[in-house]
Write a protein of this length. Structure first.
Length: 288
């Protein structure tokens, strides 16, 4: 007798509301009802969503702290033929959460992965920011340590695409302070919080004005922070002598700190920073 071949199940990446429970697709509700198991970042949080839609599918936890053990267990169930939906606490799983690790395991095991698209805090914040949406870079959560955070912000300082970050209310002020130092306080920015909920708020202005606002008004809720990209520095004409000092002053006029402007010009012109610094000192009325 021939052995029965078991067809692997499907791993569904199911987007869930970022706040308002009405923001879920008909397809997502159907999939959540039909799968054998729902793997949730926080089962208590997801149970409220399932109860709201009268869904009684079995729940299991899958989060950052148990993904190493639970991930292979879920793959075994998928290989045994079970369909599984993975959800995050809000939005599309796999974006700044351990769902991405499960996707890699599933692909390596030859398991079909299917997205069930829906809400995204990053995109919701971006389109409401009033900033350029043509080209953007999603940076997610910044590193927790100040040193690594500043290293990443330094690397992003010259990026000309709109930048999208996630941030907690506990660090939003310190992060904005660091951005003001590295990007310049005049860089346009928008902070979105409580999106799709009753107290939805968008604060628009510059990195500097947002920093001042949240120093005076206690930040609440998770934030999506959208920051304009760096302005392009015009290339000099071939016949025009390159003046590093003048280029630094142009960047400073656009809100970039002197230290960062010198660094940017040095990188652009492939010159030592001390040479660019000296060019600034040689400008009229410059004393360093």
């Amino acid at each position: 007798m021939n052995a029965v071949t078991i067809k692997p199940g499907i791993l569904y990446l199911c987007a869930t509301p970022i706040g308002n429970l009405e923001d879920i697709t008909f397809r997502a509700v159907r999939i959540l009802r039909e799968v054998t198991l729902v793997a949730a970042e926080d089962t208590r949080h997801t149970r409220k969503l399932l109860s709201h839609y009268d869904i009684h599918t079995t729940l299991t936890s899958y989060h950052e702290h148990n993904k190493v053990e639970r991930g292979p267990e879920l793959i075994e169930r998928l290989l045994a033929g079970d369909d599984i939906a993975v959800v995050s606490d809000a939005g599309l799983p796999g974006i700044s959460d351990p769902g991405a690790d499960l996707v890699k395991l599933a692909i390596d095991a030859g398991i079909t992965v299917s997205p069930i698209p829906g809400p995204s805090a990053a995109l919701a914040g971006l389109v409401m920011s009033g900033l350029d949406t043509g080209k953007f870079l999603f940076a997610g959560f910044l590193p927790k340590t100040a040193k690594k955070r500043r290293e990443l912000l330094d690397a992003l300082a010259n990026v000309q695409y709109t930048l999208v970050f996630y941030e907690s209310p506990y660090r939003i002020v310190s992060v904005l302070e660091e951005m003001a130092t590295i990007f310049g306080g005049n860089r346009p920015a928008t902070a979105g919080r409580e999106m799709t909920k009753k107290f939805e708020e968008f604060v628009r202005g510059t990195v500097g004005t947002l920093c001042s606002h949240f120093r005076q008004s206690t930040p609440r809720g998770e934030f999506t922070l959208i920051v304009a990209g760096a302005k392009a520095v015009a290339e000099p004409d071939c016949d025009t002598p390159v003046d590093p000092g003048a280029q630094v002053m142009t960047l400073i006029a656009n809100g970039i700190s002197k230290k960062d402007a010198i660094k940017m010009v040095a990188q652009k012109l492939a010159l030592p920073k001390r040479e660019v610094y000296q060019a600034v000192l040689n400008l009229p009325d410059q004393s360093g």
